[in-house]
Design a protein around this ligand. Sequence first.
Ligand code: NAD
Length: 493
Amino acid sequence: MIEIESLGANQTVRNYVGGDWIRPEASAELTTIDPATGAELATVPCSSAAAVDDAVRTGNEAFETWSSRPVEERIQPLFRLKTLLEDHQDELAELLVRDHGKTLEEARGELRRGIENVEVACGIPSMMQGGTLLNAAPEIDESAVRKPLGTFAAITPFNFPGMIPLWFLPYAVATGNSFILKPSEQNPLVAQRLFELIDEAGFPDGVVQLVNGGPDAVDALLDHDGIEGISFVGSTPIAKLVYERAAATGKRVQAQGGAKNHIVVTETADLEFAAEKTVASACACAGERCLANDVILVEESVYDEFSDLVVAEAETQTIGYGLEDGTDIGALISEEHESTVRNYVQRAIEAGATLLRDGRDVTVEGYEDGNFLGPTVFGDVTGDMVISQEEIFGPVLALDSVASVDDAIERLNESQFGNAASLFTGRGADARKFRHEADIGNIGVNVGTAAPMAFFHFGGWKDSFFGDLHAQGEDMIHFYTDKAVYIERWPDA
Ligand code: NAD
């Protein structure tokens, strides 16, 4: 077991409102733990509706000035934030491992993805431009412009606490809005540190704010008439609830939900490569990814060979503490979640799936209180089994054979979700069919996990997303602004 420097054990997280760190009026208090050690990390005061109202009013006051500052001025704190995030990347990554349970390499990768969004938002002066047409009518020129709207909020999940807030925050403020983050109450420490860096980056008071808490704080944001729009990322039932409740009060809403993602492997694929990427896709971040592909549909002629390769690859994975060198799979977020995942494994056994590799009997020396589960691989998993249909959010793979790519596409299109899918093949015609026919938002070909870079939008289809404009990139400019047209006549009198 390695010695970890104390964070100042069990610190109480604070809200960042109007440029000040405050302990909010709270409706309840929670304690968070390090998922690998079981040590207490933080106390979270759950902001009351009054505490949320305080932040919203402050945000709207700040918006009055911020929205009319020159765009070049608005992006300067983002340039500083990028540098600060890079300078503190190691420290942030370590904190992320403790707060979440993933590995250090995964934490670094996640932060890089977050920084990428800050970089893209620094291009707002170009991205936010409308269009102008001279002589649109006799002596008339017409221009379309984009205007910021007010205060926006984002409600984010536990699984990417360093990246997901940055899908929204940089774009919201660069376009001239105020922004409030409500991070997951399960691991609030990364957001806390992020906001210390935001404070250093020098945004005017009230432009960027942090409100900690759980459902009460979410409800207060959804119902508040001082909020223009809500971005949500989390599970499907809550995404749906957020979409409906926020829209009922006339807000813009983008709500990303859960997933059930597929990999399709054809007989022309490079099977070893595909097996390696399949296990990485399903097991990275202990399977706690909305893009984890964990249902694997394999053409019959190579099903046995591919199953063996997947099991062999799963055997190579080292389960352990994310800060230890050589760890491939870290801890699950909580004891409760670990037991949910184990329950899915038990149900799959009872439903008649073949257990090809059992990851349940795992002990990590020195971390006996951690929430660990090894890669667990099932074969002969039919479409009617729960393990084929519901999001598990753990390192559990379900393999089945299919007669053809058409069969595989038909099967994955039956899913209620449409977040991601990947195809491994050596045939261009299979790839083209897959791109055309899979009802999926993020499609990979010979790529294990189809995660778009920050300059592309990020979002799924069907019950994986409620709304129209997705996260990241240009969609964010549209979400955070409204359009106006100027029609002007200046006759040469
Ligand atoms: P969650 O839905 O439990 O929580 C997400 C947020 O909603 C948190 O901030 C939480 O405080 C809030 N919340 C929870 N219950 C609430 C309630 N009853 N009322 C109001 N607010 C509530 O999700 P999670 O467990 O933190 O994250 C995992 C889920 O997020 C998975 O389903 C995963 O697929 C999904 N996810 C989706 C994407 C995507 O891009 N589609 C990305 C990351 C995670």
